[in-house]
Design a protein around this ligand. Structure first.
Ligand code: MG
Length: 367
């Protein structure tokens, strides 16, 4: 089987309301999604989506994906998409680094692989575990009262896991947010604190040690690996690393240094399902708990992450995330949030399809 054509589409995905991270330092209003179809000479077509969370969250942006695909796509025509690992080797040789550019192609190849096998992608990634996977709500930075109200709104929709975005210039305000959120937490519910790298070690250590009595965990407190390690060694709460885990080498180092008890794998950030699966399996082997998410996107991205989350043993998985419910435009259809949970589809492959009326014509075609 050979890849005969790669088509690239673009969709603007506005957020329902402005979203704030890092103590309000970063604001987001819309996402720029790239959807890629990979066609074959055997009649199978696979789809993948790449959608950075704006341009300031990570070193990744929508136009970057499309520019990178211009370099990569011609070298993929004629290759067998049923062997995603080999496709990844070709992409890594053709364009070192830039993992987020390669993710939609890798995902489309897994979609084809699943269709050819007649199996949903979760079965190929390790097998289906458990029922619907808990979704973490995404609670934008605000006053303690505003943040609790947001948690209550999500709770009314069935969410029991909440990622509360804190951090900022005022450590006292962060302590107030943490205590307020923790007091509002109900039995069976988890509210974790996501700093999105906004603290310096001095504030991280001071704030975390002030709430030492609370059973909470903190995600990506600081920017660099060294800063987070310094925080790890001076505090007692579990720490999750997210933005700082960009590739396998970061994960190996984190484990060698015992820098984190939890890792948040964002599939597009690390280059797609092939690399995310390797990292997921390493975490399972080392006893590291997991959040499995993507950086953004519609139902196609949510469905893709649902497959990797669904194939992760439940005792090691904290949850996943859905982005589609935060958007005003649906450029694809697939698995959707239901009562704060999501399930990988049973259909062969990814089980997500584009909405062609929204996507329109491709912005580039390689054949
Ligand atoms: Mg995070």
């Amino acid at each position: 089987m050979k890849i005969t054509r790669i088509s690239v589409y673009q969709a603007d995905l506005p957020l329902k309301k402005p979203y704030f991270l890092s103590g309000g330092k970063l604001r987001f209003d819309a996402l720029d999604s790239t959807m890629v179809s990979v066609e074959t000479d055997a009649g199978f077509t696979g789809w993948g989506e790449g959608c950075p969370w704006g341009v300031t969250y990570l070193p990744a942006f929508g136009r970057g994906i499309r520019a990178g695909l211009e370099e990569l796509s011609p070298q993929l025509i004629g290759l067998d998409p049923r062997v995603p690992a080999r496709i990844n080797r070709v992409m890594d040789l053709a364009l070192p680094g830039h993992p987020y550019i390669k993710a939609p192609v890798d995902i489309a190849c897994w979609d084809i692989f699943g269709q050819v096998c007649g199996l949903p992608v979760c079965e190929l990634l390790g097998g289906r575990y458990g029922g619907p996977v808990p979704i973490a709500s995404s609670v934008s930075t605000g006053t303690p009262e505003e943040m609790v109200r947001t948690v209550e709104d999500f709770r009314a929709d069935g969410y029991r896991l909440h990622s509360a975005k804190i951090g900022g210039a005022d450590p006292d305000l962060d302590v107030a947010r943490i205590r307020h959120l923790n007091a509002a937490q109900e039995s069976g519910e988890t509210i974790f604190l996501d700093l999105n790298r906004s603290w310096l070690p001095a504030d991280a250590i001071a704030v975390m040690n002030q709430v030492r009595d609370l059973r909470v965990f903190f995600e990506q407190p600081c920017e660099t690996f060294e800063e987070n390690l310094q925080v790890r060694r001076a505090t007692s709460h579990p720490i999750s690393l997210d933005e700082g885990i960009k590739e396998m080498a970061d994960l190996v180092r984190a484990q060698a240094e015992r820098a984190a008890e939890i890792v948040n794998i964002k599939v597009s950030r690390v280059g797609g399902l092939t690399k995310a699966k390797l990292m997921r399996d390493f975490c399972l082997a080392c006893g590291i708990k997991l959040l499995i998410m993507d950086t953004g996107g519609g139902a196609m991205s949510d469905t893709m992450t649902a497959h990797l989350a669904q194939s992760t043993p439940r005792d090691a998985l904290i949850g996943t995330w859905d982005c589609a419910s935060m958007l005003t435009v649906a450029a694809s259809r697939g698995a959707a949030a239901e009562n704060g949970h999501i399930s990988a589809p049973d259909a062969p492959g990814l089980g997500a399809v584009p909405v062609m009326d929204v996507l329109g014509d491709p912005v580039a075609v390689y054949q």
